[in-house]
Ligand binder design. Structure first.
Ligand SMILES: [Fe+2]
Ligand SMILES: [Fe+2]
Length: 196
């Protein structure tokens, strides 16, 4: 005999619904607080510049902003409030100063040292009355790498952490536009070896 339907939602369905609502919340916060950056020529150009070997500055930027917001939502569940507008503006601008890297910087270490303050300049151009907190997030985002000062706010720690997480995702998942990512590279390698 067939079991009667209880109307209960499975764990998988709950997870799917949670992910989809989180995605739309991220999208809405980004559009609400970062529209001038999302519609900028700089972010458009960022999709043309390779970043972390397999990705682009544009895709990395969106990964950092999405991961930063996901951390903010998790903290909210623990009753820890964060400044979401400052996080959106800071994360979306944190690497825009790196555009034209090869012409601008003489070495990798110069790029790593200088691009945060160049990103603050871009952010001030794109965002009217850029909050000081966003400027600090951008200036200190390289921490704990290189010569960067440590973040001076919880939002700064969130974006710096999301930046490292997104860098790993850039390498593993790569870019939908330019590269296929380490995952695809390894899978091609393995299937190539199997054919031999
Ligand atoms: Fe950076
Ligand atoms: Fe970054």
């Amino acid at each position: 005999m067939q079991k009667p339907k209880t109307g209960r939602i499975s764990v998988r369905e709950r997870l799917k619904a949670y992910r989809s609502s989180r995605k739309s919340q991220i999208r809405s916060d980004m559009e609400h607080y970062g529209s001038e950056i999302l519609n900028s020529e700089e972010l458009n150009q960022a999709y043309g510049q390779t970043h972390h070997t397999w990705s682009t500055v544009g895709e990395h930027t969106l990964r950092v902003a999405s991961a930063s917001l996901a951390i903010c939502y998790m903290l909210r569940k623990l009753h820890i409030q964060t400044d979401i507008p400052a996080v959106v503006k800071g994360s979306l601008c944190h690497d825009l100063g790196i555009l034209g890297r090869n012409e601008k910087y003489a070495s990798k270490s110069e790029c790593s040292r200088e691009h945060p303050s160049d990103s603050v300049k871009v952010a001030r151009r794109l965002v009217k009355d850029l909050p000081d907190k966003s400027a600090d997030i951008i200036e200190r985002h390289m921490w704990p790498a290189g010569h960067s000062k440590a973040p001076n706010s919880i939002e700064g720690v969130i974006v710096s952490t999301a930046d490292k997480y997104a860098a790993v995702k850039d390498i593993v998942q790569g870019s939908e536009i330019k590269h296929t990512g380490m995952k695809q590279y390894v899978s091609n390698l393995v299937s190539g070896n199997r054919r031999k």
